[in-house]
Design a protein around this ligand. Sequence first.
Ligand code: GLA
Length: 353
Amino acid sequence: MLTTWAPGRVNLIGEHTDYSGGLVLPAAIQLGITVEVASVSDQISLTSTRDGAAEPFAADGAGAPATGWARYGQAVAAELAALGRAPVGLAAAVDSDLPTGAGLSSSAALEVGIALALCAVADFEPAPLELALACQRAELRAVGVPCGILDQAACLLGQAGAAILLDCATLDYRLVHVPERAALVIVDSAVERSLERSGYAQRRAELEHALALVGAERSTQLTSQDLEGLDPVSERRLRHVMTENERVRLFAEAFEAGDLESAGRLLGTSHASLRDDYEVSIAELDLLVELADAAGGLGARLLGGGFGGSVLVLAEVEDADRLGGEIVEAYRSRTGLEGRALTVYASAGAGLR
Ligand code: GLA
């Protein structure tokens, strides 16, 4: 009947800045989720090729909470009902080529893919950012993760060959061309990340506390003076977001100038800041960053929320395969873990297929 497509995302830089009104620079990638609607119905019945059929739930998302992956679908239906979507149900098959737990935002892709299908069957047409915000609220409703707008915005706004420089306070954005020479290599640590179990909510609370201490409404307002005389944790959290916002600006400039070396160095400092000031890294991710540098990458950093998942390595296109292979091999011999390297491309955002 109709099929929707929703990609995962890679965030080039600007990590843990979205929920303080900071800057981010993500791109949608070529991997994602398809939702194939077979028929319209009075309830929502979803089947996943990977996880089987979910218990059907009401078209407006009301009723007893769904379990497992269907929680995302039910939460999206509830958020869209709150926006005024008519309660039209559907039967659909969900398929994915996006690894889960790798920091590539499979949950946002699932939310957006289902949201677009629900909107299409009900002739409901919210603006892309309105839909992104509804899906962000759905993430909180489904699994209690108070995420920012990064993942859902990237999924909906993506454009082939470009990253999206997004101001998370105003939701203004512009596209930044990804230089042809640049390869974006993702190396999965094989340590599964779960935002539900991780310290994500704790970091967010610590940052909000620190911002309130200095009276800043958003992280782009911070200056070095704000950091003086604070308790050490607040100081570190604020220093990360303040310096990371600046790195986003500089990275966008470097990409626009085709200066991959500077962009790579910014990834390295971003990782150090996420590790030391924001404290969201783990030993395996630190090791992958080291191995990426040793293999001749231009720079690397942990990707997404941290506490597991992947690193992003910036490389020259002709180096990407060799580099990915070398990092995975060295990682296996150091840790016994089976990492995985994958090159991603800035790709079109979500829509009907
Ligand atoms: C997760 C969240 C995003 C963002 C990143 C960290 O991916 O879903 O909103 O906060 O972590 O940058």
